[in-house]
Unconditional design. Sequence first.
Length: 297
Amino acid sequence: MSARIIDGKQVAAAIRQELQQKIAALRSETGIQPGLAVVLVGTDPASQSYVSAKEKACAEIGIYSSDNRLPAETSEEELLALIDKLNRDPKIHGILVQLPLPRQISESKIINAIAPEKDVDGFHPVSVGKMVLGEETYLPCTPHGVLQLLQRCEVNLSGAEVVVVGRSNIVGKPLANLLIQKAPYGNATVTVCHTRTRGLRNHTLRADIIIAAAGCPNTITAGMVKPGAVVIDVGVNRVEDPQAKRGYRLTGDVDFAAVSEKASLITPVPGGVGPMTITMLLFNTVQAAQKKASHAR
Ligand code: NAP
């Protein structure tokens, strides 16, 4: 079998186009333009490029973005003061603080300080709690992006055996939680694996859907995949490659070439889950502005 490749860029472009139309309608009906504040502390090159990509994506579909770049030595109090200001700014509907933060700043204190109605990353305990309870809230962007890919590729989740490899707070745990919800995007039977899991292969071989979010190349090899399974690769890893212009290339957690021969559907890296993450941030920002508009009516 040769797997159909899920084109994350194409799915993301379709969602962004839908969002662009929603933004235009919101602006003409209410005069409200969705606004996202992006906060970056320090000069980490990877974080800088993520932040620039988010701001560019906002501009492309008509979201106003406010760029807040602070020096690496910023204190926790200074950052809390900025969050407070953004919480009260009516032009801002969503606040994104790029993680990781420098050591002198507690990430949980900062996340807790963001007003839940502006928590478009879906990391605030209120958002996480509502997600677990199945209530309407902002869903964390990467897990939401994975759900969108599965839905738009018409993968049937109801009753499916799903194995999630990874249990981080930003990917594995929320994804597993969403997949077990009694909701159209859920109803799966989910196993969560991690580094203490015994016999990972015994679990993955049972799976109708494998979602790899381990951050380690070749965590999923062809011998671990049931023929016809759907394989979603969340991992983004840099591997040295002297042939590549930058001296490295990006790869996922899945042995793509071999696993594509066995799976029915598979995401590539890059070009699979990656483009969906920013798209779902835009989605949450538009949702936040729409909520604000409906409260104002
Ligand atoms: P993380 O915080 O490092 O968590 C990795 C998880 O995988 C941990 O739970 C770890 O288990 C588990 N794990 C690691 N190696 C394993 C192995 N060999 N077998 C079984 N479990 C293993 O990473 P993360 O933030 O969740 O991110 C995971 C990957 O997704 C990274 O490559 C990251 O770059 C990528 N990512 C991509 C996007 C995107 O937009 N495409 C967004 C976010 C993250 P323990 O808990 O036991 O340590």
